[in-house]
Design a protein around this ligand. Structure first.
Ligand code: 13P
Length: 264
């Protein structure tokens, strides 16, 4: 497909959308590096990754959520590239005696645009609650950061038939008084994170469509996350309700993340 025909297709989609009044949802492909990569390693990643974006369709938003210590270096080296920078957490105050925390203005000053909030690893190991998640979301939005709110059930909750009640609870508390026009949600079933056990694409699509029924704004992109790999990305992104992915392990290596952003 030539760039001109791509542009025509996009214009046609926008026109159709205008007729049907159903919003076009943004596609957001994000890597979550968790606690991996020094600055030197992050630059090495960029060298391998950036050239592979030449063929990536322009409407796909590509985000790298890196450790705090990598963000400034990445920001300088991503200047002029289409890759957006994301952090993995943010505090709810702008300044204050909160040892070890980072605030929204500290992130926006160095060009960060996205921030993951309420990841299950933060909830599980660092005592994050739906209430603190809500405070962090508000603080991010006040500074025009786009939060990526993570929700998802444990294996036990799935086996007990509590998927919807659990996620609805997380959404209700987490999204209280939140502007849904500047928001991404990631459905990350906890049992699928780092286990190699992906949630079936159709099942992820089903849960994501349930999540959508609990949102007030129709254009919120909803990602899937949990053992996304080069060999399952095409099937995941073929699902109509899935608007992107949040990728852990497979985003650490340039060639595998390149295959994911260039899904077919
Ligand atoms: P994996 O892709 O390694 O399963 O991690 C998913 C995740 O937690 C992304 O936030």
């Amino acid at each position: 497909m030539t760039p001109q025909s791509l542009k025509l297709d996009l214009n046609f989609a926008i026109f159709l959308n205008f007729l049907t009044e159903s919003p076009v949802r943004k596609i957001v492909i994000a890597g979550n590096w968790k606690m991996f990569k020094t600055q030197a390693e992050s630059l090495e990643f960029l060298q391998g990754f950036i050239p592979s974006l030449d063929e990536t369709p322009s409407e796909r938003e590509i985000v790298l959520c890196a450790p705090f210590t990598d963000l400034n270096t990445l920001s300088k080296n991503l200047h002029g590239s289409r890759v957006q920078l994301g952090a993995q957490n943010v505090h709810w105050e702008e300044t204050g005696p909160y040892t070890g925390e980072i605030s929204s203005p500290m992130l926006t000053e160095i060009g960060v645009r996205y921030v993951i909030i309420g990841h299950s690893e933060r909830r599980q190991y660092f005592g994050e609650t739906d209430e603190t998640v809500n405070w962090r979301l508000k603080a991010a939005q006040r500074c025009n950061l786009t939060p990526i709110l993570c929700v998802g059930e444990t294996k036990q909750q799935r086996d007990d038939g509590e998927i919807e009640s659990h996620i609805t609870h997380q959404l209700k508390k987490g999204l209280a008084e939140i502007d849904q026009q500047n928001l991404v949600i990631a459905y990350e079933p906890i049992w699928a994170i780092g286990t190699g056990e992906t949630c079936e694409a159709k099942e992820a699509n089903r849960v994501i469509s349930l999540i959508r029924t609990h949102l007030s704004h129709p254009s919120v992109p909803i990602q899937y996350g949990g053992s996304v790999k080069p060999n399952n990305i095409d099937e995941i992104m073929a699902q109509p309700e899935i608007d992107g992915v949040l990728v852990g392990g497979a985003s650490l290596e340039a060639t595998s993340f390149a295959r994911i952003v260039n899904y077919q």
